[in-house]
Design a protein around this ligand. Structure first.
Ligand SMILES: C[S@@+](CC[C@H](N)C(=O)[O-])C[C@H]1O[C@@H](n2cnc3c(N)ncnc32)[C@H](O)[C@@H]1O
Length: 214
């Protein structure tokens, strides 16, 4: 967990970090990835399934001490066979296997026609009373960040754009609106949706917490 002092430093340097620190911490500052993992980890309860885990299954390994499972559709560096689940609408887990399910910065990458089915699967594998956490930046921020990382990769070759590496599929989006997230969570059966902004990112990014009924 970041200290209060670290959070103040991150808050004050957010514009700089948003331009250059996507995955790796540097100069005593948190990257955007570390920051979102830190916020989400503080809300995870019990055994966690991290859907769309990305590079190295980092959230579960580093932020939850391995207490969970990270899965992804693409074999990013640092993932093994166990992390790969090509169809996230059919998860290889029994009903009620997890206390928390997370979609960190990625529900927009579920093709539109598949989003409800992925949330329905998340609902199925969660125990009654379990928690789902979805993070998503404001639409204009998501568009800007996606364009920025694409530009850096294309012209500077620094390889920070996970989505270009995988190749965006038809039906994926660069962002989701708050209305869509809440509507889809409700449609899947989740209740008590609460929105929490990431204050060290000036409220431009946020998480949505909801519960499966007991
Ligand atoms: C921007 S990255 C975020 C990765 C990681 N969760 C993080 O916060 O760093 C988007 C992730 O969504 C994953 N993804 C691709 N298709 C998906 C799908 N249908 N449902 C959920 N995630 C998907 C990608 O493979 C990638 O790991």
């Amino acid at each position: 967990m970041r200290s209060r002092r670290q959070k103040i430093k991150d808050f004050l340097t957010f514009p700089l970090r948003a331009l250059i620190l996507f995955h790796d911490d540097r100069w005593g500052l948190s990257s955007l990835a570390s920051e979102r993992f830190d916020y989400v980890a503080s809300e995870v309860q019990g055994y966690c399934l991290d859907i769309g885990c990305g590079y190295s299954n980092r959230f579960v390994r580093e932020y939850l001490g391995g207490h969970g499972v990270g899965i992804d559709v693409y074999p990013y560096a640092g993932l093994t066979e166990e992390n790969l689940v090509p169809d996230l609408t059919h998860l290889p887990f029994a009903d009620h296997s997890f206390d928390t399910v997370t979609f960190i910065a990625n529900l927009n990458h579920a093709p539109e026609s598949q989003r409800d089915a992925e949330l329905a699967e998340a609902f199925r594998v969660l125990r009654p009373g379990g928690r789902i956490i979805v993070t998503m930046g404001l639409p204009w921020v998501e568009i800007l960040v996606h364009k920025l990382v694409w530009f850096y990769d294309r012209f500077l070759g620094i390889n920070v754009d996970m989505d270009s590496e995988r190749g965006m599929q038809e039906g994926e989006s660069y962002f989701l609106t708050e209305d869509e997230i809440c509507l889809r969570l409700t449609r899947a059966g989740f209740q008590h949706i609460v929105r929490k902004p990431f204050w060290t990112q000036w409220g431009l990014n946020r998480m949505y917490l909801a519960r499966k009924p007991p």
